[in-house]
Write a protein that binds this ligand. Structure first.
Ligand code: FAD
Length: 307
């Protein structure tokens, strides 16, 4: 068995693996795709100490760093559950089962897509998901936020500081955000909120986003808005479906609940990064929590070494 089995190869998993290997622990990483969301990211300007980089470059550096150590990396494999036998057992979708004395879940999350024409084509070319990351790229330009929940209205308030104008498009006839956020958004002169708006297409010139079209769900009319960027804020879904019937406790949003040491409700099982109930989802935060979970697992192992 592994001393530490890390499930997930994004920044949280890479960090957890390095910390475990540096303790001399027999460490494995099983990941569907090494790099996680970072592999889909273009510009990264908030990974502190690196002024600017690109996702694929950072992924290559992460992998190079992990490979400095004797870590068994198993790519192209999806975990399908977790259970306790003699050891902690992680069944894979392929049918195999991995065994470990401790496990770190770092399976990340995925942004819910609008699923309209143009969205995939212009991802990273104006279609964005993270205002903390990409907001400054649209300085002085008009943008839209799709979604009027808390994250959408927070994004609008944030972007109103940086961009020239923010149009919020909400599908329903009411905003689901907290009243205090709605009041703040309404007080800002460069935010327009449009309800009953169904986004139908992302428009572009072949290189970049130029706008979007939406249908007014009350009148049935089609409208166009000229834009440089579109922030999609209709949900971040944790990759935790495979843990639903297990002893690992999930929040009502499906996030793995962890304590200060990264420990989950299942003894010997730790978690880190975007799949957890951490307050914010960023590369640097995922790496920090990966280190925390790994040190947590190390503490667990030295206390349970004779089991
Ligand atoms: P992830 O990166 O999601 O990695 C999850 C890992 O788990 C992957 O290896 C995946 O293949 C694997 N996995 C999932 N399910 C399973 C399973 N069942 N079995 C095995 N493996 C599994 N953050 C910033 O700080 N700065 C930015 O500029 C920035 N830009 C972003 C741009 C985009 C387009 C996106 C989508 C995100 C961006 N983020 C940015 C957020 C950042 O990428 C995430 O916070 C970070 O990647 C989370 O790391 P993680 O390791 O928790 O999860």
């Amino acid at each position: 068995p592994f001393d530490v089995l890390v499930v997930g190869g994004g920044p949280a998993g890479a960090s957890a693996a390095i910390y475990a290997a540096r303790k001399g622990l027999n460490t494995g990483v099983v990941a569907e795709r090494f790099g996680g969301q970072v592999a889909d990211t273009l510009a990264i300007e908030n990974f502190i100490s690196v002024k600017a980089t690109e996702g694929p470059k950072l992924v290559a550096q992460l992998e190079e760093h992990v490979k400095e150590y004797d870590v068994d990396i198993m790519k192209g494999q999806r975990a399908a559950g977790i259970a306790r036998g003699d050891y902690i057992e992680v069944p894979l979708e392929s049918g195999a089962t991995l065994k470990a004395k401790s496990v770190i879940m770092a399976t990340g999350a995925r942004w819910r897509n609008m699923n309209v024409p143009g969205e995939q084509e212009y991802k990273g070319k104006g279609v964005a998901y993270c205002p903390h990351c990409d907001g400054p790229l649209f300085k002085g330009k008009p943008v839209a936020v799709i979604g009027g929940g808390n994250s959408g209205i927070e994004a609008a308030i944030d972007l109103a500081n940086i961009t020239s104008h923010v149009t919020v498009l909400e599908f329903a006839d009411t905003l689901r955000a907290d009243e205090v956020l709605i009041r703040k958004a309404n007080s800002l002169p460069n935010i327009t909120i449009i309800k009953n708006a169904q986004t139908t297409e992302v428009l572009g010139d072949g290189q970049r986003v130029t706008g979007l079209s939406y249908t007014d769900r009350v009148s049935g009319e089609q409208h166009q808005v000229d834009l440089a960027g579109i922030f999609v804020q209709i949900g971040l879904i944790p990759n935790s479906e495979f843990l639903k019937e297990t002893d690992v406790q999930l929040s009502r949003f499906g996030e793995i609940e962890v304590d200060k040491h990264g420990a989950t409700s299942m003894s010997g099982v730790y978690a880190a990064g975007d799949v957890t109930d951490s307050a914010f989802k960023q590369i640097i935060i995922a790496m920090g929590s990966g280190a925390t979970a790994s040190l947590g697992a190390f503490d667990y192992l030295i206390r349970h070494s004779d089991e």
